[in-house]
Design a protein around this ligand. Structure first.
Ligand code: AMP
Length: 430
């Protein structure tokens, strides 16, 4: 899906494009049409899913569709649990609303109230606020909430955890009865259900895959390394760290086999599973891995989907996946009840764009560690990523690998600059 298919105005689409985003995240794809339709929404989504744009974009559109005459009046109220989140959300409103004549404001406690009063007087269309300070203004009658058409409770579960339920109820009592309500929460606890039941009118329910929850728990490291030295580095890492049970992902079936062989030669019990292997061979490999006879299991993404172990201490991305979401699926397999797992990615110069896509999806950069003795050679040029599954590379690469259509060949070109707003990664030597 492309953003242009969501029915958003050109002014909004260009602001989104300026951020480098082309594809809506799943929560955006689901939430945006619902909000645009004017319905109430209950969204189960946490930070990292793109939820902020999920409500910001359609709100901007709804307000822009109904241009006001005269001074701005407060039409959209977004409540957040913390000052930091309020500031972040309002920043998004500004970013995505850059081409629209709408005024936004952020409001929280701990700072002077007078500048806020002055700003409110000048007029605001969209207010992002924490509940306490909003109630201060309401009490002092320095804010008029009677024209609010859309209410968002962002990170509602955190608001409840922080004891804001009474403040929320007091704010709700000040709002017009007829309005659109959007409730975003990372969890769907009984308390949230109760809040939703009292707040939402025939809500549409959407849920983002909890794709970043694992990502937050898992310790993630990128080892920059030359493509031809990945296998040696993997052997070294497994040995040095004495990782007990390692699931290694490769991009191709052929790559999975070759890597498993290499590990075996290095004296590490390893096997590969992928679509070309018989079910018996796969079952055998899997049970060996589960009961500890097999130290390392090398798998392609598709084969790994059938693996019903989700609490692995270590996942290694021998190659980054072509689709950023697959990275989150892969590393979501690590972590044992409560204790964080570890996800290691071996990244060569060909994969810098893939890494940037992943970091953009995560909303942050991943720590880089150069393993001593495996410093990448800066003279090696990026090459197109090899996708053909069964064709071994001659001398390390196929004679004429086909570049993927979706992955423009990067040969001879330095990696392109990250899109505006994309996280930058820092390099750290161990
Ligand atoms: P959020 O879950 O709203 O905190 O967003 C998480 C991160 O994803 C932020 O850094 C956003 O800038 C980024 N983001 C939001 N929407 C998209 C998208 N459609 N494509 C890529 N990144 C996005």
């Amino acid at each position: 899906m492309h953003f242009s298919q969501l029915g958003l105005a050109p002014e909004i689409l260009s602001a989104v494009a300026a951020q480098g985003y082309t594809t809506p995240t799943p929560i955006q794809g689901q939430a945006i049409p619902v909000v645009l339709s004017g319905r109430d929404l209950m969204a189960c989504a946490q930070t990292g899913t793109g939820k902020t744009a999920g409500f910001t974009l359609p709100i901007l559109q709804l307000l822009a569709n109904k241009p006001r005459s005269g001074a701005p009046r407060l039409r959209a109220l977004i409540l957040t649990p913390t000052r930091e989140l309020a500031a972040q959300v309002e920043e998004s409103v500004r970013t995505y609303g850059a081409n629209l004549p709408l005024k936004s404001m952020v409001m929280f406690g701990g700072v002077g109230i007078n500048p806020q009063i002055a700003a409110l007087r000048r007029g605001v269309d969209i207010l992002v606020a924490t509940p306490g300070r909003l109630l201060d203004h309401a009490q002092q009658k320095t804010i008029d909430l009677s024209s609010v058409e859309i209410l968002v409770l962002d990170e509602a579960d955190r608001m409840l955890d922080m004891g804001f339920i009474h403040d929320i109820r007091r704010v709700l009592a000040l709002l017009p009865k007829k309005r659109q309500n959007l409730l975003f929460s990372a969890t769907f606890s009984d308390e949230i259900r109760a809040l939703a039941a009292g707040l939402l009118h025939e809500p549409h329910y959407v849920e983002a895959e909890r794709r970043n929850s694992a990502a937050e728990l898992v310790r993630q490291t990128v080892f920059p390394v030359d493509r031809e030295r990945k296998r040696d580095l993997l052997v070294e890492l497994i040995r040095t760290h004495q990782w007990p049970q390692v699931l290694v992902f490769t991009r191709t079936k052929w790559g999975a086999n070759a890597l498993a062989e290499k590990l075996q030669k290095a004296g590490i019990e390893a096997d590969a599973i992928h679509g070309n292997k018989s079910q018996n061979a796969r079952t055998r490999a899997l049970s060996g891995f589960k009961d500890g006879r097999l130290h390392v299991l090398v798998a392609t993404d598709i084969a790994a989907r059938g693996i019903d172990i989700d609490e692995l201490p270590h996942v290694v991305n021998f190659e980054l996946p072509n689709v950023a979401e697959d990275y989150v699926h892969r590393i979501g397999r690590t972590g044992r009840a409560g204790s964080p797992g570890e996800a290691v990615s071996l990244v060569c110069v060909d994969e810098h764009k893939l890494l940037r896509d992943i970091e953009r999806l995560l909303g942050r950069s991943i720590e880089k560690q150069v393993h001593p003795g495996y410093e990448p050679d800066p003279h090696i040029r990026p090459e197109p990523i090899q996708m053909r599954s069964n064709a071994p590379r001659s001398g390390g690469r196929a004679g004429s690998p086909k570049p993927r259509a979706a992955q423009p060949a990067a040969r001879g070109k330095p990696p392109s600059r990250p899109a505006a707003g994309a996280p930058r990664s820092g390099m750290r030597h161990r």
